[in-house]
Design a binder for this molecule. Structure first.
Ligand code: F6R
Length: 245
């Protein structure tokens, strides 16, 4: 694990965007694995700024997102497809026909998960997978469990995740209860993994996942085994492990 210490959220975003930009510059037709949520928004803003200044060209970039809520159409303003368009894709010159996200409207979970794994396999895994970290240590929507789940799967969101995401919906009842998520296998297939984390609310998860034992109760801990894993974390996120740095 390579740890890059950042001052705050903005610094995390700048440092992460620089890493992603270098991947695109070295390999213009790279495959980026992308995440949603509040953690990568600043990173996407920095990437958009680099595109606008002429530093980056997304025309050959392909993407594969981590997850999507089951039952939300792609035009729903809380779907992850909508999130990716409004936070990145609509602002850069990416060909959106090469942007892959699980189809939350496919009621056949088995078929959808198999289709998505075939997409990931056809790419041979992402060149770089960007991740956030749930307050409970989840990556993608791979929630704490008794075992790591390898393939793309349909997962019941935990109470903690529903609570954490309720802020984006009119009410807690509106938060979908299931999601399709890339599994641990798809994430670990990426050639490089970059996780961005910021804030005191994530400090316990950072400690459990990256400074504790590797176990499925702390899903992000599996990244300790990835050969090219970079953690970009700010002071608050590292506040419970400061004595170990
Ligand atoms: C998003 C995802 C989740 C989030 C995590 C952190 O695609 O898969 O694992 O990265 O829940 O969310 P935020 O960044 O909103 O704290």
């Amino acid at each position: 694990m390579r740890l890059i210490r950042a001052k705050d959220y903005q610094d995390v975003s700048r440092k992460a965007a620089n890493i992603i930009a270098s991947v695109i510059q070295l390999k213009p037709d790279c495959v980026l694995g992308l995440a949603t949520g509040s953690s990568p928004v600043g990173t996407y803003k920095e990437l958009i700024a680099k595109y606008e200044s002429g530093e980056l060209d997304f025309s050959q970039v392909k993407t594969v997102n981590l997850d999507e809520y089951v039952g939300l159409p792609k035009d729903h303003d809380q779907s992850y497809a909508y999130f990716m368009r409004t936070n990145l894709f609509d602002h850069v010159n990416i060909d959106q026909s090469g942007c892959n996200i699980p189809n939350g409207m496919n009621p056949d979970a088995e078929a959808e998960c198999a289709r998505y794994d075939a997409v990931i396999d056809a790419f041979g895994g992402a060149d770089l997978q960007l991740l956030g970290l749930g307050p409970n240590g989840h990556i993608g929507f791979n929630e704490p469990a008794d075992a790591f789940v390898k393939p793309t799967n349909k997962i019941a969101l935990t109470k903690a995740t529903i609570d954490a995401n309720a802020r984006f919906f009119a009410s807690r009842d509106d938060v979908p209860k299931f999601a399709y998520t890339m599994g641990i296998g798809g994430i670990m297939k990426a050639k490089r993994v970059l996780l961005v984390v910021s804030g005191k609310g994530k400090a316990q998860a950072v400690k459990d996942c990256f400074f504790g034992p590797i176990c499925p109760q702390a899903p992000g801990s599996i990244l300790q085994l990835h050969p090219d894993f970079t953690l970009v974390a700010d002071e608050d996120a590292l506040s419970l492990v400061a004595d170990q740095l």
